[in-house]
Ligand binder design. Structure first.
Ligand SMILES: [Fe+2]
Length: 474
């Protein structure tokens, strides 16, 4: 036995003292020697061994810890008739949710618009309204019309500070915002300060003792001629520990989030048919299942819908139905969800959303661009709303309640859709946008958007550090 241990240690470049060798006897010597190798030791003393034994003894065995926040999943929730009243109800609920967040701000003494209209000239008033109209006066000032459940009023935002005015110009219709004002007249207030609902700095206490990775991918587009089949297969092989490179990280992946557009779909954009390799939607999902069914059983896989998937295009989107993913629905480690969806993974609140409503943000906000999708994600969090402007580049349907306001503060916000990966932090929230597995389409060529391909974004849930594993082959 001693001979085997010594031989094993020497092969790893370690020299054991006699006492150290005795301590290793009857124990899992291979595991201890592996740990010592990582610590760059050459001569191993008894205290080195005792230290590792102590750490191992205190280390609890890792157990996965996650659940889905069903209350925010729209799948199987009641549809409305889509009447004017249903839309009114949706907007009223959005106003209520977001105004309650703004009311918690210090030094904000909220009064209703009808109360503000009764105040005398120059009086300070704090109101919360949904932006109904936005235009510029002859003098270049911004004039907003806002309403709340009690009344409507006009607000003037003076063009005095250029930088501040730039931000104010980016107020979108339908945003719910707090305004600190002075009364100018019965029908008009002058704005001194604007307050978006926004998210606070949330401090999270990390309880993980071992490295656990959450992997993010999206926009696989199986069925397209442009699907990067070889690279995607290589990614699946890596997850299944068949590739040596970074195998220690692959082993620690316990969660995989797929941010929508898992197949290319049929008839999603003009002339898509010419770019399809599989022209039957069921067969596209069948092939997708073949890849995903190979994934290690100890990885929890969350799949949300995207605009190319076989679900309603309008937000919020329900989960892809069992008709298309029969075999994945039978697996316990697969979670097929709508967009948006929420889950709590290792105590982190995770918001998953494909990303369609961001196109309105790219169109209206100067600093938000498709090759930096995290900039749009930040604007969404500031507004606490996945429906920042109704009907702008994306449609919404009223269902039994509003699933698009961001009622809680996410620790991790995950999206896809633009086929361009990004990562940054806003306050303490991780913003992760997935890369894609589809070469540039004709549509992307037309609009001059270059996708980033075949990358896996990996967030270490213990250290909160993000790394990118690249599967791109030229
Ligand atoms: Fe996509």
């Amino acid at each position: 036995m001693n001979f085997d241990i010594n031989k094993y240690a020497n092969e790893k470049g370690l020299i054991l003292t006699e006492k150290a060798l005795r301590l290793l006897n009857n124990h899992n010597y291979k595991q201890i020697i592996e740990t010592l190798t990582k610590e760059n030791k050459t001569f191993v003393k008894p205290e080195d061994i005792l230290k590792i034994k102590e750490i191992t003894k205190n280390k609890k065995e890792y157990k996965k810890n996650f659940y889905i926040l069903d209350k925010y999943d729209i799948t199987n929730k009641k549809f409305s008739q889509g009447s004017v009243e249903d839309f009114q109800k949706l907007f009223l609920e959005k106003y209520k949710t977001l105004s309650e967040i703004i009311k918690t701000r210090p030094n904000f003494d909220h009064i209703t618009i009808s109360q503000a209209k009764r105040e005398i000239k120059n009086k300070t008033v704090d109101v919360i309204g949904m932006v109904y109209d936005k235009r510029f006066s002859k003098n270049g000032n911004l004039v907003l019309t806002i309403d709340d459940p009690t009344d409507t009023i006009k607000l003037v935002l003076m063009n005095k500070d250029e930088k501040e005015f730039l931000t104010q110009k980016e107020i979108l219709l339908d945003n719910v915002i707090g305004f600190k004002c002075n009364v100018l007249s019965k029908d008009m207030l002058i704005v001194n300060e604007i307050l978006y609902p926004d998210i606070p700095f949330s401090i999270k206490k990390n309880t993980l003792e071992t490295d656990v990775y959450l992997a993010v991918i999206g926009d696989i587009h199986v069925g397209s001629k442009n699907f990067r089949e070889k690279e995607f297969s290589k990614f699946i092989d890596w997850l299944n520990l068949k590739i040596e490179s970074d195998i220690e990280i692959a082993k620690q992946i316990k969660y995989l989030i797929i941010a929508g557009d898992i197949v290319d779909g049929i008839g999603v954009y003009p002339a898509q048919f010419d770019e399809l390799f599989i022209t039957d939607i069921y067969k596209q999902y069948e092939l997708l299942e073949e890849y995903l069914l190979k994934i290690r059983k100890d990885i929890e896989v969350f799949i949300i819908s995207g605009n190319h998937d076989a679900v309603r295009l309008s937000d919020p989107q329900p989960a892809i139905s069992q008709d298309y993913l029969k075999r994945l629905y039978e697996k316990e480690n697969f979670h097929i969800l709508g967009s948006p969806s929420w889950a709590v993974i290792e105590n982190y609140k995770v918001l998953m959303y494909h990303g369609a409503s961001f196109h309105g943000i790219y169109a209206e906000i100067k600093n938000a661009t498709m090759n930096k999708p995290d900039t749009a994600m930040k604007e969404i969090l500031i507004r606490r709303d996945l429906m920042p402007q109704y009907g702008l580049r994306q449609t919404f349907v009223p269902i039994e309640k509003n699933f698009l306001t961001i009622n809680e503060v996410p620790d991790i916000f995950i999206t896809g859709d633009v086929h361009h990966h990004a990562y940054s932090k806003y306050k303490n929230t991780h913003l992760i946008c997935a890369s894609c597995w589809q070469t540039m389409t004709h549509y992307q060529k037309e609009i001059g958007h270059v996708p980033t391909l075949s990358k896996v974004l990996l967030l270490n849930l213990k250290t909160e550090k993000l790394i990118i594993k690249d599967f791109l082959e030229e």
